[in-house]
Design a protein around this ligand. Structure first.
Ligand SMILES: C[C@H](CCC(=O)NCCS(=O)(=O)O)[C@H]1CC[C@H]2[C@@H]3[C@H](O)C[C@@H]4C[C@H](O)CC[C@]4(C)[C@H]3C[C@H](O)[C@]12C
Length: 313
């Protein structure tokens, strides 16, 4: 399970919890502007926008789980098993493998508005990165300061949704989460008033009762609502330190504690890492399950004109 959020408070931030039962070889990876990106069917891109994010650093191609580019456009992939459907490649048009989509969009576009026109032409095709790395069933959140979209490649084709919540989790499809949010509109950060019945004397006896009924479990539907509640009620000073700290507190509210989520295979899903990106400066902050110190990698401090991937251990 995973949870991805945006946060707008002075600067604009984007990040996620990555919940999984194992590591995928993740490292913070910076792709500078002149690192050639070889797309399987869409050709070679010698120059593109620089980007930073968490990627599986096993190859010459940056396999991002999430990233932001130097223009502040950001994107994350989240599990979508049973619903993601990648089409057969036909060798024409804008055909991209699922593992290429983040690098392609962030490499080529500077805003959501700009990429939106081309999204309808894009086809996500069923190509494996390698024999050992089959396509991951994903859906994506794509955002900048102005707009947030969800992309879902399903049997009927690529669905594009406006996402007013700035939150994404996993199954079921986004339309379910959008409708489900209406079930919680009564929740409040404020102390509740008795609306049950004026003939009964019901009173709050503790803090936090305005949100009684906020789902507390780790399911995707529950994390969606909880992340949205925490994010939309969040109050924080607008300086960088406070914003980053607040962002991680929101993610902590939907994180997985080892042992509380056991997969069908008998393994433990945990929040392997959490990250927060300042989309204006390209500063990438992260912490891991076993080390809650927040680390920072600055994209702007590296040579963005470079031609080699920069992997930060
Ligand atoms: C598992 C990750 C998503 C986390 C998530 O949503 N977990 C939910 C679990 S559950 O459904 O609720 O059980 C996804 C996000 C990005 C994915 C990776 C990226 O797509 C990059 C490559 C793509 C290759 O095809 C497969 C390996 C891989 C390195 C992927 C491994 C894995 O599928 C990742 C890491």
């Amino acid at each position: 399970m995973c949870t991805c959020i945006t946060y707008d408070n002075g600067d604009f931030y984007f990040g996620r919890n990555l919940d999984l039962d194992c590591s995928f070889g993740e490292k913070v990876v910076i792709t500078p502007r002149n690192f050639p990106l070889d797309f399987r069917l869409a050709g070679r891109k010698e120059q593109h926008y620089a980007m930073i994010g968490m990627a599986s650093a096993v190859s010459r191609f940056p396999l991002y789980a999430e990233a932001v580019n130097e223009k502040g456009l950001c994107m994350a992939g989240l599990n979508f098993p049973g619903n993601a459907y990648y089409q057969k490649p036909e060798g024409q048009g804008m055909e991209l493998a699922s593992f290429e989509i983040i690098a392609w969009i962030l490499g080529n576009y500077s805003t959501v508005a700009e990429v939106k026109n081309d999204l309808e032409k894009m086809k996500i095709v069923d190509i494996a990165f390698s024999e050992k790395m089959p396509p991951a069933p994903l859906h994506w959140m794509l955002a900048d300061r102005e707009q947030c979209l969800v992309l879902e490649a399903v049997q009927e084709g690529l669905k594009i949704y406006e996402n007013p919540f700035g939150v994404l989790t996993n199954n079921p499809p986004f339309e379910y989460h959008r409708l489900n949010m209406n079930n919680y509109m009564n929740l409040s950060a404020k102390s509740p008033e008795n609306r049950f019945c004026d003939k009964l004397s019901l009173k709050p006896y503790a803090q936090g009762m305005g949100a009684a009924g906020l789902p507390g479990d780790a399911s995707s539907a529950s994390r969606f609502v909880r992340a949205a509640f925490l994010k939309w009620n969040s109050v924080s000073p607008q300086d960088e330190k406070s914003n980053v700290s607040q962002f991680f507190h929101i993610l902590d509210g939907v994180s997985m504690v080892r042992g509380s989520v056991i997969t069908e295979a008998g393994t433990y899903d945990i929040t392997t890492y959490s990250c927060c990106i300042n989309t204006r400066t390209g500063a990438y902050y992260y912490k891991t399950y076993d080390d809650s110190r927040i680390r920072k990698v600055e994209m702007q401090e590296t040579d963005l004109e470079g031609a080699e991937l920069i992997t930060v251990f």
